[in-house]
Design a protein around this ligand. Structure first.
Ligand code: 5AD
Ligand code: SF4
Length: 440
């Protein structure tokens, strides 16, 4: 039996894709390897979102090339976004790579691997308008057994001017809701207690007459003990209906990830985000009106084309105004082929990008700390995920707001908390990254 190891980089969608690839290969008799050293086939699932992500992969391929020299017959495959974007260049410049497959061609992997075993290099980077891998049950590769990602759609039609995703993942398409519900029910039956519904823009999910709010309602109806999360929402179409569904369904989590990218309407226009700062803030107010306890997180880009000190100041003021619980923060990285790369000079010097990013990160640390301090003394229900990495007599779990809380493992009744348990806690202390609490 051939053994395969999949190494995953990039976003949560890539995590599910690796699990889907494992399902496809397992159906053809492949077993899972524990690491690259006991694998016959190593697949690298790659990301293209920023240049740094791609540089890591070029370097990783060299390391794997060295391993391959010592292990005759080992097959190295490159899959995912970078495979889609750079197939030819990779085959030319990295001879250790035997096969290349883009995000929509994973069903052809068994054939590509078989071809590579016979010494033929294989490539499939065809994008599809229909492929959703709908009926496949991903083989869960992490071992928590509590929380799983479920892909509900693929691709993206938004064409934000900085973003490579529409080119690497193709057009938007939604997965059949029946297959989604079946997968969720199977996960619950297997002991999972949290699902995160994934798509590049979940708000535009549409399958026949099933919209995203309707899908969320159906998934949440699986069981009240199943927590439901989703990512990512585009601010331009987060609707009142969606907010209402979340507000009236207790097991849909009180955490919305709503990437702003910038606080300057002028930048948002250049980014082709299709909303203004005012529109964004109005959506935040709508969320807060319906759910005062909802956590809001964001993605921000520092130093996009033509960004002035005033634009940057507008991002900082937006952050203060919203008071984000959490943020992913990046320096702008020009991506070949995007509208920005074609039409807008990447004119903010790197030192300026770095300085702005540092300010954004420092402000976010302050905001996260303030938000965590507000939680001290409050009570939350957490879903236990596992043992604390720092100490074996503590466990960690998350609140509905997606904040990590560390508590003693043994309850007052002498019972040891297990992954998958729900428990009520009161917050006692915090840092900007975590809360500490006690059982109530
Ligand atoms: N440069 C920097 N950050 C980017 N993102 C997307 N494209 C780029 C880019 N070219 C960020 C956005 C997006 C997140 C997934 O990555 O903030 O929301
Ligand atoms: Fe995910 Fe985007 Fe990276 Fe592709 S480019 S792996 S979609 S973050």
């Amino acid at each position: 039996m051939k053994k395969v190891f999949i190494e995953t980089y990039g976003c949560q969608m890539n995590v599910v894709d690796s699990e889907t690839v494992m399902a496809i290969l397992a159906a053809e008799g492949f077993a899972r390897a524990e690491s690259t050293t006991d694998a016959d086939v190593v697949l690298i699932n790659t990301c293209s979102i920023r240049d740094g992500a791609e540089q890591r992969i070029w370097h990783r391929l060299d390391e794997l090339g060295a391993l391959k020299k010592r292990r005759k017959g080992m097959i190295i495959g490159l899959i995912g976004c970078m495979a889609e974007r750079l197939a030819d260049r990779i085959l030319e410049q990295r001879p250790m790579v035997d096969l290349v497959a883009g995000p929509d061609s994973y069903r052809s992997l068994p054939k590509l691997v078989a071809g590579a075993t016979d010494g033929a290099k294989g490539v499939n980077v065809e994008l599809s308008k229909e492929e959703t891998y709908a009926e496949l049950s991903p083989v869960r590769l992490d071992s928590s057994g509590v929380s799983a990602f479920v892909a509900i759609m693929r691709g993206c039609n938004n064409f934000c001017s900085y973003c490579v995703v529409p080119y690497t993942r193709g057009r938007e398409r939604s997965r059949d809701p029946e297959t989604i519900l079946r997968e969720v029910r199977e996960l619950f039956a297997a002991g999972y207690r949290e699902v995160t519904l994934l798509g590049q823009n979940v708000n535009s999910y549409l399958h026949e007459d099933v919209t995203f709010p309707e899908l969320l309602r159906r998934v949440a109806a699986t069981d009240p003990k199943l927590r439901v999360r989703f990512a990512t929402s585009h601010p331009k179409d987060i609707s009142d209906e969606l907010i209402a569904v979340i507000a009236k369904t207790p097991n849909i989590c009180r955490a919305i990830h709503l990437p702003a990218q910038s606080g300057s309407s002028r930048m948002l226009e250049k980014m082709n985000r299709k909303y203004t700062r005012e529109w964004y803030l109005e959506r935040i107010s709508a969320i807060r009106r319906a759910m005062p306890d909802c956590a809001i997180s964001t993605d921000l880009i520092a130093g996009f084309c033509g960004e002035t000190p005033d634009d940057h100041a507008a991002t900082l003021s937006l952050m203060r105004e919203v008071g984000y619980e959490f943020a992913f923060m990046f320096k702008y990285s020009e991506r070949e082929g995007t509208l920005a790369a074609r039409e807008m000079p990447d004119d903010v010097p790197d030192e300026v990008k770095t300085a702005r990013l540092t300010e954004i990160i420092e402000l976010q640390n302050e905001l996260s700390l303030q938000s965590n301090r507000r939680d001290i003394g409050r009570e939350f229900e957490i879903l236990v995920e596992g043992l604390s990495k720092r100490s074996p007599d503590r466990v960690f779990g998350r609140t509905s707001q997606n904040k990590v809380v560390v508590i003693p493992r043994t309850t007052k009744t002498g019972h040891n908390l297990q992954p998958g348990d729900y428990t009520k806690v009161r917050i006692t202390t915090c840092t900007s990254a975590t809360l500490q609490g006690e059982e109530v």
